[in-house]
Write a protein that binds this ligand. Structure first.
Ligand SMILES: Nc1ncnc2c1ncn2[C@@H]1O[C@H](COP(=O)(O)OP(=O)(O)O)[C@@H](O)[C@H]1O
Ligand SMILES: [Mg+2]
Length: 253
């Protein structure tokens, strides 16, 4: 399997705050790799740097080529990277279908004219988006909004899909539905970097995992080994995760 993402010695600052320190992380083509860790660990900061929204020091190689500071967000998207941010950033007053079409903008600019076919593929993955294609995005439920945000990212036909806490605020049933889609995407050759506080759900579908705490990778390994690691069980799969489940149960789907 070839290496798709190779991050070495990456450090990222917010002004004087060092949010990520000397981080090493890699992801092979066709893998789901999860990055778990508590609030404030630096997960969102890492995603922002990888997509080109924040400057960093260190080396990032993507698809065998070094990514440079001058490679901005648009260029990274053109190279096949995509980010579904925690905020989902939908256009609330626009229809579901128009939100999806916007996701194909960068491919269209590159000269591709296959967005209708991609739209059909996204509708096949998320039949509920097809049913609601004319509805304004702001009228969707939490789970449907997340599906739309993922669908919009898929319209760019990414090779590496990065997701920042896609399960946040969603009911367990909806989380299951969305995580099943990630497995389907992996079968289709999309590689996934999954940032999650829901360690149980993330490790279950992942090939490999990293634990980030206050800017440092403190553990990493095959997802099945990590899920049995006493430290992971204690901090992320024990009582804390049942409180997460309770929160999720209270949330709307
Ligand atoms: N825009 C910002 N300015 C200053 N500090 C920030 C900013 N964004 C995040 N931080 C700090 O960086 C650290 C990592 O935050 P973040 O990447 O959001 O963590 P996570 O996504 O793991 O919860 C935290 O200490 C946070 O307070
Ligand atoms: Mg975050």
């Amino acid at each position: 399997m070839s290496r798709l993402l190779d991050v070495r010695n990456l450090s990222i600052n917010h002004g004087k705050v060092e949010a990520v320190r000397n981080l090493d992380l890699h992801l092979d083509e066709g893998q789901i790799v999860s990055l778990i860790g508590p609030n404030g660990a630096g997960k969102t900061t890492l995603m922002a740097a990888l997509i080109g929204l924040l400057p960093s020091t260190g080396e990032v190689s993507y698809a065998g080529q070094p990514l440079q500071a001058h490679h901005g967000v648009a260029q990274r998207i053109d190279k096949g990277m995509a980010l579904v941010p925690e905020s989902r950033e939908l256009f609330g007053l626009m229809s579901v279908e128009d939100n999806l079409r916007l996701g194909a903008f960068s491919r269209h600019r590159q000269g591709h004219r296959d967005h209708q076919q991609t739209l059909d593929e996204v509708f096949a993955l998320f039949p509920r988006m097809r049913e609601r294609r004319e509805q304004a995005a702001c009228t969707l439920s939490g789970g449907e909004r997340q599906m739309l945000a993922i669908g919009r990212a898929l319209m760019a036909k990414p090779r590496l899909l990065m997701l920042d806490e896609p399960s946040l605020g969603l009911a367990p049933r909806v989380i299951g539905e969305i995580f099943d889609i990630f497995k389907t995407l992996r079968e289709r050759g999309v590689s996934i970097l999954l940032v999650e506080q829901n360690a149980r759900a993330a490790l279950k579908i992942s090939d490999y995992g990293y634990v980030l705490e206050v800017g440092d990778i403190v553990l990493h390994g095959d997802a099945t080994d990590l899920a049995q690691n006493p430290r992971v069980v204690e901090s992320y799969l024990g009582r804390k995760s049942s409180s997460t489940a309770t929160e999720a149960a209270r949330a709307t789907g």
